[in-house]
Structure formats: C-alpha cells, structure tokens
Design a protein around this ligand. Structure first.
Ligand code: ADP
Ligand code: MG
Length: 546
C-alpha cells in the first residue's frame, strides 16, 4: 500500500494523476491533497492508520467542503441576479421595440442604466453622433445633479417602493423635458467634434470603455472628466451595422463605486438593443421629415402647374385678340368704308340706299362691339407695372423651390448685384418667367447638378439675370425651335414655357437669350432694358401681345 498521503514529497511516476506541468504538486503535500488526493479513486483504500495524517486529511477535506459550499452559494446568488436582470431586460426590450419616439427610447435607456435593478449607475448621459460631421450632440441626461439630490431621489424610490417596471411606464414628454432641462448645461458642454482617431478608438470594437486616467490622449475624454467631475466613467459606444450613432456616458459620481465587471457583458448586450431602438426612431423621424418635405414639394408643384395653366390660358386669350383684330376688324373696316362710298354715290330715292344704310349702321355697331370686347380683354390681361426688387423676387422663388432642389440634388447659388435699382414690371408675370426658366433647368438635370443664378446691371442700364445650369444642354436643331409654341422634347412638356417667357419679356420691353452646349449645360439670360423705369415703352398698361 503506497504511503503517498503521509510523505511531503513523492517520486516521479508515483501518482498517475499528476499531469505534466503540475510537477510542483509532487513537492507539496497539502496542495497535492487539495487538488488531487481528495478526488482520488484510491483515497478510501489509502487512508493510513496514523492519527496525524488522518487529522490533517480531515481538516483539509472540511476546508475544501466549506469553500465549495461558498462558491455554490455565490453562484446561486449570481444566477438569481442574472435571472432578475434578464426578466427586467426583457421588459425593457419590449418597450424599446414598441416605441418609435426617440424621447421615450432615450428615457427608458437611461432609466435602465441608472436603475439599481439593472446597471445601477448614479447618473447617465446620452450623446448622439453625426457620422458626417463627426459631432457629438447632447440629447438626454438622467440622474441626480448633486449628492444631496441623489440622497433625496434614492430615499423617495425606497419610500414609494418605485420598482423598476413601474418606473419604466412613467415616461411622459413633460417628464422627459424636465429631466433634460436639469442636464442642459452638461449636454451643451459635451457637444464636441472629434477627430478620426477618437472615432476609431470609441467605435472600433473595443466595447465598453472604462476611462480612469485624466491625462488621456483624446481631448474628448478629458473634456468629459472636466464636465462631469468624476473619478472615472464608463463610455458605452452605440452603433448599428450602418455605423456609429452615439454613446452613453455613465458614472458613479456620488457613491464612487467601481463598475462590477460581471455586468459589462449584459451592459453591452443592452447597448446593442438600445442602438437598434435609437436607430429605428431616428430613421422614423428622418422619414417623417422627408414626407413633410415631399408634401411641401407637392404643394409647390401644384401651385406651379396651376400657374402654368393660367399662363397658357392667357397666351390663348392673347392669341384670340390678335386673331380678331386681324381677321375680323380689318375686313369690317373695309366693308364699312366701301359701303360709305357706295352710299355717297347712291341717290336716297334709290331702293338700294336703305340697304346700304343698314349695312353701314350694322358695320359700325359690329366695330363698336369688337372694339369694346378687345379693350375689355386688353384690360383684363394687361401688364400691371410696379417697382419690383428683382433680387428679392429671385430669392423668394429660390426659397419656395428649396425642397425641390434638395430632393433633386441640385446645388443653387445666387450671386446678387446689390446695386440693381427697382424695375417697373408686373411681378406676377416676371415670376412666371423665372419659374419657367428654373423648371427647365431642373428638368435638364435629372441626376442633379448646379444652378448658378446671377443678377447684374450693365453700363447701359439694362439688367440681366442669367440662369446657368449643368444639365443636358441642347442640340442646334433643338435650339432653333425652343421659342415655337408647343415645341417640346419632353414626354409631358407643354412647349409653352419659353414661348410665354419670351412674350412676357417682350411685353415688358425686355428679351430672352439662350446659350447651350449639348452635354454641358445651358445658360438663359432674361434682360430688362431701361432699368429704373422699365424700358422705353410707355408706363401703365400694355397688353401682353401687341
Ligand atoms: P417644355 O419645358 O414644356 O418642353 P419649354 O418651352 O419650356 O417647354 O422648353 C422647350 C424645350 O427647350 C424643352 O423641351 C427642351 O428641349 C429645351 N430646353 C429649355 N430649357 C432647357 C435647358 N435649361 N436645358 C436643356 N434644354 C432646355
Ligand atoms: Mg418648360
């Protein structure tokens, strides 16, 4: 029977359970007993007769038993805690999954970070991150601001038995604002633009960062120390597959307690959940904004279409007036003149005299009606001139179409000559000209581009507005025909835009000129001659056509 239990040292190969690398166990009886002998199949046969060895063995066995028991109890506690945490986390994730309100999500996330049942930090702050500008903006904060307030809050939670699930349901917009206002100074102070290195360090996959030293290489981390005045803090990166979206900063500025390492893993799982919820809410908000923009755009387009329809009608009326004057009035005048001549040569006793008189009277009457109708139409579709600030008119058009430019990815630049005097024009009609030219430019840049608008006054006093686009341009064949009414190269074009624009410009004593290169772009010039007083034409009312 081997006496390995009573000897301090045993020889090589004597115990089959000592593995390579465990050679020290051969030299140390107590360690050997704790690690190997207590679990040795041969132990019961090996227990020696001597009291000394038996006593020693019993003492070690009891100590090991107690130690194991303690470990099991700890494990049980830990498992219980984990189970509670999982239940609570489950509840939190339900709320996070259901809400599309960023405020509610921020509230629930920070509540979880500060709740004793979960992560139990004294205080937490949410900063949102803009990937494009690399700027952190303070969004929300939660917790006490001073140790005294901390004591008050914690006592209140204790007294009113506010359990976490109850608190979880407590979100209201008012509560959110109240809590946020408490943190406004901190949130503002933490607004920071970071560099690429800092971004890579925070979001590069290290997970939770525990920041302890003040002399850190990243100014952002030092700034957080300065603002929070805390010995250490935890920085929890929030990101989704698409990239970083923010950080949660949490600290124990009141209790000074260190973060429990066993919580870090669940903290990270939680951070991922929070990131998804925040991302979803932000996306929702973005889509809502887009929807509003599209609605605005739609309204702008509708307004434009109505205006175009009106302009087309005006052009049609102009056409009718023109037609009547030429095709009706002139022959009537001829008939009237001839009948008068015939009347002079006819004797009143002649039976035809009465007929000629009747013809003459009817012609006069018709001419009278015609003149009155034409005058009426002239008045109705006339240019009503007033002093107009061309620059502000341009600005107001650009403001109205801003959502359209954005949606179409068109960069617009307006270079104003501030010295332009007011021009005597009909603002509603000039606005139509601007709209026609601007819409043609937009339609020429389906993939986006640049529209440069410039106003300038030349030495002769005329004012020129140029609209330069980087669109598809025009061939020479198209250029020749653009002012023809109804000429269009578009599926749904009216072909009246440039025609009407030219009519209006001419009615104002101005003009339109176009330069274009196929594949490069087009520049349209609207020219107002005569500056201050709107051309050499007489003031007041001119008809749109002749
Ligand atoms: P519509 O826009 O309804 O076609 P317009 O009279 O406004 O009618 O324009 C006539 C034609 O002139 C257009 O169909 C297009 O071919 C051409 N055009 C006008 N402006 C531009 C521009 N900025 N770039 C390229 N082509 C243009
Ligand atoms: Mg057009």
């Amino acid at each position: 029977m081997p006496d390995c239990l009573s000897r301090e040292k045993i020889g090589e190969g004597e115990c089959p359970y000592i593995l390579p690398g465990e050679e020290e166990l051969r030299e140390n009886r107590e360690l050997r007993i704790r690690r190997k002998c207590l679990y040795c199949k041969r132990l019961l046969d090996l227990i020696p007769e001597e009291e000394d060895t038996r006593g020693f063995l019993l003492k070690i066995a009891l100590e090991e038993l107690r130690e194991k028991d303690r470990v099991i109890r700890d494990m049980k506690d830990f498992l219980k805690l984990q189970k509670e945490q999982i239940t609570v986390l489950h509840r939190v994730s339900e709320v996070l999954n259901l809400s599309l309100d960023l405020r509610e999500i921020a509230y629930v996330v920070l509540l979880s970070i500060t709740a004793g049942e979960l992560f139990g930090f004294n205080r937490s702050i949410l900063l949102l991150y803009d990937r494009e500008t690399r700027v952190f903006t303070g969004y929300f904060g939660m917790g006490p601001r001073t140790p005294a307030e901390a004591v008050k809050i914690w006592e209140e939670i204790e007294r009113e038995r506010k359990s976490f699930p109850v608190l979880l349901e407590s979100f209201t917009v008012d509560k959110f604002e109240e809590e946020k206002n408490k943190f406004l100074d901190i949130l503002e102070a933490l607004e920071t633009e970071i560099d690429e290195g800092t971004e890579a360090f925070i979001f590069g996959g290290k997970g939770t960062l525990i920041i302890r030293e003040k002399g850190l290489e990243f100014p952002f981390f030092r700034k957080i120390f300065d603002v929070l005045k805390t010995p250490f803090y935890v920085l929890l990166p929030l990101k989704t597959k698409e990239g970083p979206i923010g950080v949660i900063i949490a600290d124990n500025f009141v209790t000074g307690l260190d973060i429990r390492p066993e919580r870090i893993e669940s903290l990270e799982i939680f951070a991922y959940q929070a990131s998804l919820a925040i991302h979803r809410a932000a996306l929702h908000r973005y889509l809502e904004d887009k929807l509003r923009e599209l609605e605005e755009l739609n309204a702008a387009l509708k307004q434009y279409n109505e205006k175009m329809a009106k302009m087309e009608k005006m052009a049609a009326v102009g056409e009718i007036i023109h037609h009547i004057t030429h095709e009706f009035k002139n022959p009537l005048i001829v008939i009237g003149g001839l009948s008068k001549e015939l009347l002079k040569e006819t004797d009143p006793s002649d039976s035809r005299y009465r007929y000629l008189q009747a013809i003459n009277e009817e012609v006069e009457r018709l001419l009278d009606i015609l003149n009155r109708t034409v005058e009426d139409a002239r008045r109705r579709f006339s240019v009503r001139r007033e002093p107009v600030d061309i620059n502000s008119l341009l600005e107001s058009r650009l403001r109205e179409y801003a959502p359209l430019f954005k949606a179409k990815n068109i960069q617009v630049n307006l270079a104003k000559d501030e010295a332009i005097p007011p021009v005597m024009v009909d603002p509603s009609q000039i606005q139509v000209c601007f709209d026609n030219v601007i819409f043609n430019a937009i339609e020429a840049m389906p993939e986006g581009g640049r529209l440069d608008i410039r106003s300038e006054r030349n030495s002769g006093g005329s004012i020129r507005i140029s609209f330069k686009d980087t669109g598809v341009g025009m061939s020479e064949d198209v250029m020749k025909r653009i002012f023809e009414p109804y000429f269009t190269t578009k599926k749904r074009g009216s072909g009246l835009g440039l025609y009407n624009t030219r009519e209006i410009m001419k009615a104002h004593g101005g003009d339109i000129e176009v330069e274009s290169r196929e594949g490069e772009g087009t520049t349209v010039y609207l020219i107002f001659t005569g500056g201050e007083h709107g051309g050499e034409r007489e003031k007041g009312e001119d008809t749109l056509r002749r």
